[in-house]
Ligand binder design. Structure first.
Ligand code: DAK
Length: 257
């Protein structure tokens, strides 16, 4: 494992996964996501692990999918790469996953926190779906899960402007469970994991599955729709311009085509 660190027993029954690509603000490239999925699948099979905490570092949980990796791709290449197979598998994890978030949780990073079951945020956490600024749309569930979490009006505002949500606002809108000072967020998430780890493993898994079922049928349809539109955006000149401008550190010039 190069881009993540795994500690199997960080607290009794609680495993910790740390995203570890700090220079790139934990941008989620294919290698990192493959390592993450592999770790989750292993921990899911490990009987000594009852709950999993997923975290980044103080500056960033993750600033999104890796823009440099996808900037030049065509819609068809994006479709053929089929990265969703990896991303989709994450939500198949049976054990509860708690995201411990400090700093940026943007784009795919925000979507990753929403694939987790609970979120503990530090006061510095910033959530957002800034894909619109890159000439594309959220591609890993943002239009669906954020809308369910914060409601239509706020989701529209966040996704159509790319504005960030502070930790306090995220708490107000019910996106996160709790906001704590930055020196406490990991501790708090681990304590939550420890409390859950004392419960019946089977009952915890059955409860997680049932709660997720409450919106999953509609979610599957919504995700499929979002995916098509996400791919479609890669057929536009604006997506090429948006991502190129990010990499070249300048303002994009959109033409609407
Ligand atoms: N991708 C690649 N590199 C990134 C990055 C990203 N998302 N975010 C930051 N970096 C890199 C920067 O380019 C910079 O690299 P160097 O220039 O030093 O080489 C380094 O990390 C430090 O970043 P900054 O210098 O920009 O740091 P600042 O503190 O000034 O700004 C920032 C922090 C978070 C405001 C800024 O870095 C930023 O705006 N980052 C981009 C945020 C963003 O737009 N995120 C959404 C990306 S699109 C899918 C799954 C998921 C997705 C799509 C499909 N499938 C399954 C198919 C998701 C898409 C996205 O997430």
């Amino acid at each position: 494992m190069e881009l993540i660190k795994v500690t199997e027993q960080r607290e009794p029954g609680v495993a910790l996964i740390e995203l570890n690509r700090p220079k790139e603000l934990n941008a989620l490239n294919h290698q990192l996501m493959t390592e993450l999925l592999g770790a989750l699948q292993q921990l899911d099979k490990n009987d000594l692990v009852k709950a999993i905490v997923l975290t980044g570092n103080e500056k960033a949980f993750a600033a999104g999918a890796d823009i440099k990796e996808m900037a030049d791709k065509t819609a068809i290449e994006m479709h053929l790469m089929d990265r969703f197979t990896t991303w989709d598998q994450i939500r198949k994890t049976k054990k509860p996953i708690i995201a411990a978030v400090s700093g940026f949780a943007l784009g795919g990073g925000c979507e990753l926190t929403m694939m987790c079951d609970m979120i503990i945020a530090s006061e510095t956490a910033k959530f957002g779906q800034p894909e619109i600024k890159l000439g594309t749309i959220p591609g890993a569930g943002g239009t669906q899960r954020l809308t369910k979490a914060v409601g239509k009006a706020k989701a529209m505002e966040l996704i159509l402007t790319g504005r960030f949500l502070s930790a306090e606002e995220a708490h107000f809108y019910g996106l996160v469970n709790k906001v704590v000072p930055v020196e406490m967020y990991l501790h708090e998430a681990l304590q939550l994991g420890k409390e859950i780890a004392q419960m019946s493993t089977i009952a915890v898994q059955l409860a997680k599955e049932a709660i997720n079922r409450s919106f999953e049928t509609q979610l599957d349809e919504g995700l499929a729709f979002e995916r098509k539109n996400f791919y479609l955006s890669f057929a536009s000149e604006d997506q090429k311009e948006g991502m190129k401008a990010f990499i070249e550190k300048r303002k994009p010039e959109y033409k609407g085509k």
